[in-house]
Design a protein around this ligand. Structure first.
Ligand code: UDP
Ligand code: MG
Length: 323
């Protein structure tokens, strides 16, 4: 039986502080799996440099010169985590790819477990954070709320799963058929189907450096997830519109009744001004939400490429271009 070739896909944006450590943990891990007969000799690490502005790329080059397993893919500029990840998944060779962050927050020791699930016939294996007490209270609270909101909107996402996952070649080929520009990979992967499994792990703290996901990026990513997978906000507008119309009809009937039954009743200032502001607010919000979807249609219709690869280095690429 030929052993499958594993590729580890690791997006990196300004990660000069962690790459050395990440590599020194991954190399023995790969060696162990090769010895165990889980993966082939050609298994490799693919660092995807997402247009870093620090020494990340030169570090990848020197790591690649030192270790045959280390390969590098350099994007032409920063395209964001999801695009960098997709680039790695679409570019790296291998029978199965595992995507993982560079900062060692995801427990690497569950990788052999993921590969065993693959050997048992799973095409997708999700890494799920069992405990995340190393995250800030704010991050945990908002993440939990978000997963619940997604579930309420009937969007299929795996609770507490981010982008730590295994994909087989077959799953990757299916993923390649999704051409959308606004990427939300954890939602897309759920659409693939196929046999899947879950491995649980405890989330650690970032090894070094700062999060490359500040609050603004996190919020925009969360909104991206909602608008890419659900039209519930549009439906909500319709519902609110309907309820407000119903309310105003009731108000009109009440006002008429007051006028007819209790003559000289005075209709106050509040009953005029409050609904005016309220309706103005609801209308602006509704327009905004509709606008968001239209903007999305606009971006999707352009079908712009999601990334451009500048350079590929490392043994796996040399082999491929020769083969
Ligand atoms: N990342 C990237 N491009 C970006 C931002 C982040 O490739 O524009 C990478 C980053 O280097 C890391 C992963 O995405 O490997 C997750 O980012 P980070 O750990 O900063 O996010 P957090 O864990 O704080 O949510
Ligand atoms: Mg992180």
């Amino acid at each position: 039986m030929t052993l499958p070739t594993l590729g580890l896909v690791i997006p990196c944006y300004n990660e000069e502080e962690v790459l050395q450590e990440t590599t020194s943990r991954l190399i023995p891990l790969l060696a162990g799996m090769r010895e165990e007969g889980l993966i082939s000799e050609r298994s490799a690490i693919f660092y995807v440099d997402d247009g870093s502005r620090d020494r990340t790329w030169s570090l990848i080059e020197s790591l690649s010169a030192q270790h045959v397993e280390v390969c590098g893919i350099r994007l032409s500029r920063n395209r964001g985590h999801q695009n960098a990840l997709l680039c790695g998944l679409m570019t790296a060779p291998g029978d199965l790819l595992i995507s993982v962050d560079a900062d060692l927050q995801d427990d690497l020791d569950v990788i052999p477990q993921m590969v065993r699930h693959y050997r048992d016939g799973c095409e997708i294996v999700y890494g799920v954070r069992k405990r995340r007490d190393t995250d800030t209270f704010f991050k945990r609270f908002t993440a939990e709320g978000y997963y619940k909101l997604m579930a309420a909107m009937k969007v299929d996402v795996v609770f507490n799963h981010a982008d730590y996952r295994l994909l087989s070649r077959r799953a990757l080929e299916s993923l390649a058929e999704y051409r959308e520009v606004n990427l939300f990979l954890r939602g897309l992967v759920r659409l693939l189907g196929y046999k899947s499994a879950i491995v649980e792990y405890d989330r650690a703290e970032r090894f070094a450096g700062e999060s490359k996901y500040p609050l603004s990026k996190m919020l925009s990513f969360a909104w991206q997830g909602i608008t890419s997978f659900s039209t519930a906000p549009l439906r909500l507008i319709t519902t609110v519109g309907f309820l407000v119309s119903l309310g105003s009809l009731a108000l009109a009937i009440w006002a008429l009744a007051v006028k007819l039954l209790i003559h000289n009743a005075e209709i106050g200032w509040a009953s005029t001004v409050v609904p005016m502001y309220f309706l103005g607010g609801v209308q602006l919000l509704s327009l905004g939400i509709i606008g968001e979807y239209i903007a999305k249609i606009y971006m999707e219709t352009k079908q712009r490429p999601r990334f451009h690869v500048d350079t590929c280095i490392g043994g796996s690429f040399v082999e491929r271009s020769q083969g």
